[in-house]
Structures are given as structure tokens and as C-alpha cells.
Design a protein around this ligand. Structure first.
Ligand SMILES: *[C@@H]1O[C@H](CO)[C@@H](O)[C@H](O)[C@H]1NC(C)=O
Ligand SMILES: *[C@@H]1O[C@H](CO)[C@@H](O)[C@H](O)[C@H]1NC(C)=O
Ligand SMILES: *[C@@H]1O[C@H](CO)[C@@H](O)[C@H](O)[C@H]1NC(C)=O
Length: 193
């Protein structure tokens, strides 16, 4: 079961990356249920707010960078709840964020998510990260980055940013839920045989 889920997700991501055209697949909502986080207040101040709308949730994020940051590492993981309380990681990666910002194609999945994020505000685009305010307004996870047959389940996205010396800058965990209560299942369109 878990392996199957992994394969489906991987397949969906590949399908998306290959097609890259909006096919109007949307058959579910991505709901954000909570986003606990912490940060190093010597370097940064962070505010994150979840807005509950009728059938979707959006995020407002404000990163107030207090001093220039020359180099930064990013760890990110996406995991699905395979059975109650048991999460299976689909991705668990560690990258130099500055290298990624220079050459986004090195992390294809992160690139899709990041480029989607950049549409919602003036987020971090280059290194060094200059002191100042970076923000997202009403960011909504684009359903089109996920395949329509993604299972209805809880998921987490872990984000950790560290300095090269290991000092924590930001750490957060987005808890979310794939909600299909309003969707239709168009699995047939992509029959896997
Ligand atoms: C949003 O709605 C969910 C239930 O649908 C609730 O658990 C959560 O506390 C609400 N969050 C806010 C910020 O109102
Ligand atoms: C969680 O998944 C692991 C790995 O598949 C399995 O060994 C374990 O029994 C599961 N735990 C629960 C509580 O379901
Ligand atoms: C990702 O990997 C790290 C280190 O290997 C581990 O501590 C963490 O629990 C993993 N994250 C997820 C969501 O599986």
C-alpha cells in the first residue's frame, strides 16, 4: 500500500513535469490545518497566519530578515500519513539553498513548489539574502502540482533552514490534509492499467 502510494505520487509529479499544461484536473482541496514553527530571533522574525476560507485555506507568511545571510542550507521533507499516525516520507532532501536559487532545475519538485510560492509575493530569490522583509500573501498550494488521484490523507511538510555552521534559522512543520469531499474522481483519465 505504502509503496503503491509512493509510486502514484512519483508518477503524478513526473506527469505534471512532463505535461506542464493546465488540464483543469482539480478534484480536491489542499487544506492547511496548522503550521507550528520556531526561528532564531537574533537573525530573523517570522509570522505565519492561516486563513480559513469556505473551501480552502491560505497562508500569509512574513520573514523579516534582520541581518544579511550569505549562505543557507535547506532541508525539506514531504510525508503522507500511510496509516494512523504513521507517516511515510515521499521526499526528504537537504540542499544548499543558495545553489538552488541560482539553478532551480537541480531540484525539480522543489522548483515547482517554489515557483508557485513566488507568484504569491516577494519571496527570497537570491543569495546573499539581504536584510529586509519577504512575504507571501494568501498563498494557496496549487492543486495542479499534485496528481488528481492523490489519496485523501493527512500530510506534513517539514522545512528547516540552517547556517553552514549548523545554527538554526527557521524550522517549521506544515500539517495539511487532502480533502476530496467536493471533488470528483477522474482516475479513469489516467488509468494505470
Ligand atoms: C480552521 O478550520 C479548522 C476546522 O475546519 C479548525 O480546526 C482550525 O482551528 C481553523 N483555523 C483557524 C485559524 O481559524
Ligand atoms: C508504521 O509503518 C512501519 C513501516 O511500514 C511499520 O513497520 C509499523 O508497524 C507502522 N506502525 C503503525 C503504528 O502502524
Ligand atoms: C528526514 O530525514 C531526517 C534525517 O535523516 C529525519 O530525522 C527526519 O525524520 C526525516 N523526515 C521525515 C518527514 O521523514
Amino acid at each position: 500500500m505504502k509503496l503503491e502510494v509512493k509510486i502514484l505520487i512519483a508518477f503524478g509529479i513526473i506527469l505534471f513535469l512532463c505535461s506542464n499544461t493546465a488540464l483543469g484536473w482539480r478534484s480536491f482541496n489542499v487544506l492547511i490545518t496548522s503550521f507550528p514553527f520556531k526561528f532564531n530571533s537574533d537573525m530573523i522574525d517570522v509570522k505565519i497566519k492561516i486563513h480559513n476560507k469556505t473551501d480552502e485555506t491560505t497562508l500569509d507568511v512574513v520573514f523579516n530578515v534582520l541581518e544579511d545571510i550569505n549562505d543557507i542550507h535547506l532541508k525539506y521533507a514531504i510525508a503522507l500519513e500511510a496509516s494512523e499516525g504513521n507517516y511515510t516520507a515521499l521526499l526528504n532532501r537537504s540542499v544548499n539553498m543558495c545553489n538552488f536559487l541560482k539553478q532551480r532545475s537541480m531540484e525539480p519538485v522543489l522548483r515547482v513548489i517554489y515557483e508557485n510560492i513566488l507568484k504569491s509575493g516577494n519571496f527570497i530569490k537570491t543569495c546573499p539574502i539581504k536584510r529586509g522583509i519577504y512575504s507571501l500573501h494568501e498563498y494557496h498550494a496549487d492543486e495542479e502540482i499534485l496528481p488528481s488521484y492523490v489519496p485523501e490523507t493527512n500530510f506534513i511538510v517539514d522545512i528547516k533552514m540552517d547556517l553552514p555552521n549548523g545554527k538554526m534559522v527557521f524550522q517549521g512543520r506544515l500539517n495539511g490534509k487532502i480533502d476530496k469531499s467536493k471533488g470528483f474522481n477522474n482516475l479513469k483519465m489516467f488509468s494505470l492499467g
